[in-house]
Design a protein around this ligand. Structure first.
Ligand code: URP
Ligand code: ZN
Ligand code: ZN
Length: 479
């Protein structure tokens, strides 16, 4: 049983009759939870007085971990429409029990200040546990020292941008220095790999010819720009001393080729992709009127053939994680009182706020398209959506598995349930769903976070603010 202070009463829960699925195993068993932790796993466990959850016919899986979200991100002249309350409740409905969000360093700002600002946004709001990455915009000697402090205090990963000149982009020297620093302090660099300089030229040329529609967002961000930056990032990591590097939101076969090249050479190269790149394509930008703006994100959606390559990458472990890059912006003025967002770019695609929703739909899309679609195994589904994210982001085995001593972040998954994805029924605070009308198999029916049932029978039964900051360690790299 888990440790507890004397006299403290903590609830015990027994999950019975389910099929436990981890990254490694599939077996029938009961899970006994004591307080916030898994206490025991076995057959026909007895726990008089424990709350019982009957999981017969269901999978019992570790809670999903989405390592790439942007709640309330200030971006493109507005803010991402989900905050830590609405976004984490939506995540929980979809079977995700931890997120890692991105704090943003202001120019000249101390990293501690940016971290504290994001903690303030999350505290009192988050319904599930959350960690933070730090977006570093300004790499100098002081900031490099502050990175050490961040790692010690549990913000152990740093996102750098090779795109968005003047907003987020840092130069190669800065990347090289930051990589060297994580080599020493045990942190991890997460890279947005697109060649921002070339993209800016292409955008200016398109606008000069009056090509203003949303599709031009994709046409001015070619996969070659992603591949070039991915290659350059790995070479910089190599020159810095063979430093581990994690590419975020990889979208194209071109960039995947670069990851594979470096992995095949034994380099610690890692990458995530996102459901939008597996299920949507450049054709979505042709939807009528201004609807293509729903899919304006960076990197953009690619030609359909890339999807098969990304699925192969996931199956063969050239890609190790599926995250969402959840960064929603509303299509219409006034939805739940929110201001104009995607419409900021009507008449100029370059002003459409970049990003799309997905924190609620990741687990089911991967289950339906991956497991039901026979592209990945059940174990691999858990590995991609929970276990490897926990390992690479320094949270394993507290998170990412079902084992004695781990946090009881557990999802009861009904493999036979079906649902139709829609903005009418989703819980994300955004007025469209990129997968509107798509029928999918599988559903999170009960969700526990640190032993507490937070989703039960289609209802959120807990409270905002219960989520805790996850103090993360260094990445566990044997994946
Ligand atoms: O379009 C995107 N991806 N928006 C969020 C910011 C980022 O680059 O991840
Ligand atoms: Zn990015
Ligand atoms: Zn992102």
């Amino acid at each position: 049983m888990a440790d507890r202070t004397e006299g403290e009463q903590m609830a015990t829960t027994l999950i019975t009759g389910g099929t436990i699925v981890t990254a490694a195993d599939i077996y029938k068993g009961d899970v006994l939870i004591d307080g916030e932790k898994v206490a025991q796993i076995g057959k026909n466990l007895k726990a008089p007085g424990a709350k019982r959850i009957v999981a017969t016919g269901k999978y019992v899986i570790p809670g999903g971990i989405d390592v790439h979200t942007h709640m309330e991100l200030p971006f493109g002249g507005t803010f991402a429409s989900d905050d830590f309350e609405t976004g984490t409740i939506a995540a929980a409905f979809g079977g995700t029990t931890s997120i890692i969000d991105f704090a943003v360093q202001g120019f000249g700002e101390r990293l501690e200040k940016a971290r504290d600002a994001w903690l303030k946004k999350a505290r009192g709001k988050a319904a599930i546990d959350y960690g933070l990455h730090m977006i570093v915009r300004d790499v100098n000697d002081k900031v490099l020292r502050e990175m050490d402090t961040m790692v010690k205090e549990g913000v152990s990963s740093f996102k750098l941008f090779m795109a968005y000149p003047g907003v987020f982009m840092v130069d190669d020297a800065s990347i090289f220095k930051a990589l060297g620093r994580t080599g020493e302090n045990g942190g991890l660099i997460c890279m947005h790999a697109e060649n921002g300089g070339v993209i800016d030229v292409l955008v200016k040329r398109a606008l000069a010819k009056n090509n203003t529609a949303p599709k031009w967002h994709a046409l001015t961000r070619p996969p070659e720009a992603e591949a070039e930056a991915t290659y350059r990032a790995f070479r910089l990591a190599e020159m810095a001393g063979g430093i581990p590097l994690y590419i975020v939101h990889l979208s194209s076969s071109h960039a995947l080729e670069q990851v594979r090249l470096f992995r095949d050479r034994g380099f610690p190269a890692y990458a995530e992709t996102c459901p939008q790149y597996l299920f949507l394509s450049i054709d979505n930008y042709d939807e009528p009127g201004f609807d293509g703006a729903k899919y304006v994100m960076s990197p953009p959606l690619r030609e359909k053939w890339h999807q098969d390559e990304l699925w192969k990458g996931l199956a063969r472990n050239d890609l190790q994680v599926v995250s969402t890059d959840h960064c929603p912006f509303c299509m219409k003025e006034g939805f739940k009182g929110l201001p104009k967002q995607k419409e900021l770019g009507k008449g100029d695609f370059s002003k459409i706020p970049n990003g799309a929703p997905g924190v609620e739909t990741r687990m089911v899309l991967l289950y339906d398209g991956g497991v039901v679609g026979k592209r990945i195994s059940l174990n691999r589904w858990v590995e991609l959506t929970s276990t490897t994210p926990a390992k690479l982001m320094g949270m394993f085995p507290k998170k990412g598995t079902i084992a004695a001593g781990s946090d009881a972040d557990i999802v009861i998954w009904d493999p036979r349930a079906t649902q139709t994805l829609s903005a009418k029924t989703h819980h994300m605070r955004v007025d469209y769903n990129p997968y509107e009308g798509k029928k999918v198999k599988g559903k999170a029916t009960t969700v526990l976070s640190r032993g507490e049932v937070i989703i039960d029978k289609d209802k959120f039964v807990s409270r905002k603010g219960r989520g805790r900051f996850i103090k993360r360690g260094s990445p566990l790299l044997q994946t």
